[in-house]
Ligand binder design. Structure first.
Ligand code: FRU
Length: 498
């Protein structure tokens, strides 16, 4: 039975989608069918296609009562919208269906677990959101909320765990066919922790352990946990709120952290040996991963910074993009990311330059565009004298540009969208410490109309940023203070569907 709230959302989004031209959206990054999107949810492979849900408010390009939007794809690049999957229409979730995940049940049904939100009156005009974990079962289009919801509530919390910050369940199926899930929570010290729950059938859940506690090391509340094995290690991904920067790590306020370490399955505890930001750019939060049918660990995130949502006005046709899906690996104890290999099928019209000397500004014939994949290798032009600075500018015309600039002496790579057309005094720059040997640097830059994602040194680091520069600004130029030499391989990215 679909509720009135869900029917209204479905009707509204269908009408609204028709008003948004194809050119007004990115080509291969998922955006909300209408209005607002934040976290990717329910990332799963079901009935031969990838399903991606998302935090969704269809009625305006700003955060509101959360629904789950829904899209499917067979290559993780071309997305087809399906009707809105969940609406806040039950007593226990009437103030929002917050983030969650999906698994496939042995009987072929699709199981979603999400956070139900209910505002509770405290005193005078003060309300707080009580958060519980809820289920919905469906066929890939329509989902029925479970009659015994919520399946996890304050009775399932360890002592001191807050019932107001208890959200974002990420489930997975274990090797023995049972299920586990991690949920973000806030212990008595006010920072964050990740709780682990287990279930034999996906419906009855019980508390297993506190997987790991923050103890105020990484921000405050930990949102959107994900936990998986990769290359012989265990990886915990979290999105902490209210982070303090540490050197060149964690500059995003609400940031992302990847912890790599060891998991003791018997006690249900995790000990990290390494931590790093997942993305070193401006716009990235709330990751979710999937194990693809061919065994790749693929991650997506919300390519937006909570503090910079004012980059678009609520009257814009949409706000929020899902990042390009990235293949993950652990090498030398660090997280590596590379664009999903499916992207290679979109590459066309290769333009290549080898060993070009750059001193001052250089433009190269055929190197332009806003939907492209460009590999750029930079090295000193003269080994005796290191260049001071190298920069590549893109989304460029007479007025606008966004740039990546590199200072080899400091090993600092900077993304700067100050001149991308934003009229707001929000964060437009981010600097990252990168690895370089004698001024050499390797970048893979992916543009898709409204964003740039930069994979540094074969995926050692990634920097993502959105930019809403007018599309006519499609120039690219290179600059060096001193002399640098570059190799460039550029492809246009074209959809292979009509
Ligand atoms: C993270 C988050 C989640 C929550 C959702 C609400 O961006 O705050 O913790 O479930 O967004 O939309």
């Amino acid at each position: 039975m679909t509720s009135q709230t869900l029917r209204e959302a479905r009707k509204y989004e269908e009408a609204c989608e028709k008003l948004i031209g194809k050119e007004e959206r990115p080509d291969f990054h998922l955006t909300p069918r209408a209005g607002w999107m934040n976290d990717p949810n329910g990332f799963s492979y079901y009935k031969g296609r990838y399903h991606l849900f998302y935090q969704y408010y269809p009625y305006e390009a700003k955060w509101g009562a959360m629904h789950w939007g829904h899209a499917v794809s067979s290559d993780l690049l071309h997305w087809e919208y399906l009707p809105c999957a969940l609406a806040p229409d039950e007593v226990y979730d009437k103030d929002g269906c917050f983030s969650g995940s999906a698994v496939v049940l042995p009987d072929g049904r699709h199981l979603l677990m999400y956070t139900g939100v209910l505002r509770e009156h405290q005193k005078r005009d003060i309300y707080r959101e009580v958060q519980t974990q809820c289920l919905a079962v469906g066929d890939g289009i329509d989902y029925e909320k479970y009659e015994q919801n919520p399946v996890l509530d304050d009775r399932d919390l360890p002592e001191g765990g807050s019932r107001f910050d208890f959200r974002d369940p990420k489930m997975w199926k274990q090797a023995d066919g049972t299920y586990a899930c991690v949920v973000g929570n806030r212990p008595a010290d006010g920072s964050g922790q990740v709780l682990l729950y287990t279930s034999a059938d996906g419906f009855q859940w019980k508390f297993k352990s506190v997987l790991v506690t923050n103890c105020n090391r990484f921000g405050k509340m930990w949102e959107c946990p994900d936990f998986f094995e990769l290359d012989g290690k265990w990886v915990l991904m979290i999105s902490p709120q209210d982070m303090l920067p540490k050197g060149f790590e964690y500059h995003n306020g609400n940031g992302t952290v990847c912890m790599i370490g060891d998991y003791d399955e018997v006690s249900g505890t995790f000990k990290e040996t390494h931590d790093q930001a997942i993305d070193y750019g401006i716009d990235f939060y709330a990751t979710q991963t999937i194990l693809s049918p061919d065994g790749r660990r693929i991650m997506v995130g919300w390519m937006q910074n909570w503090d910079a949502c004012g980059i678009r006005s609520p009257e814009a046709p949409w706000l929020g993009q899902v990042s390009l899906p990235r293949e993950l690996s652990v090498k030398n104890g660090r997280l590596y990311q590379s664009p999903i290999r499916e992207l290679d099928t979109m590459r066309c019209n290769k333009v290549e330059y080898t060993d070009v000397a750059v001193s001052g500004v250089v433009k190269l014939d055929g190197i332009r565009g806003r939907k492209l994949d460009m590999e750029l290798t930079v090295r000193p032009g003269d080994m005796r004298e290191l260049y001071q600075k190298f920069a590549v500018r893109f989304a460029q015309d007479d007025i606008y540009y966004t740039s990546l600039s590199f200072r080899p002496r400091e090993s600092i790579l900077k993304v700067d969208r100050k001149f991308s057309g934003s009229r707001r005094a929000i964060i437009h720059q981010r600097r990252s410490l990168v690895n370089t040997v004698e001024g050499a640097l390797k970048l893979r830059i992916i543009l898709d109309r409204f964003s740039v994602e930069v994979f540094v040194n074969d995926g050692e680091q990634v920097m993502s940023a959105t930019m809403y520069t007018r599309q006519e600004a499609d120039g690219i130029s290179f600059f060096a203070d001193g002399t640098a030499r570059i190799d460039v391989v550029k492809y246009e990215l074209q959809s292979n569907t009509p």
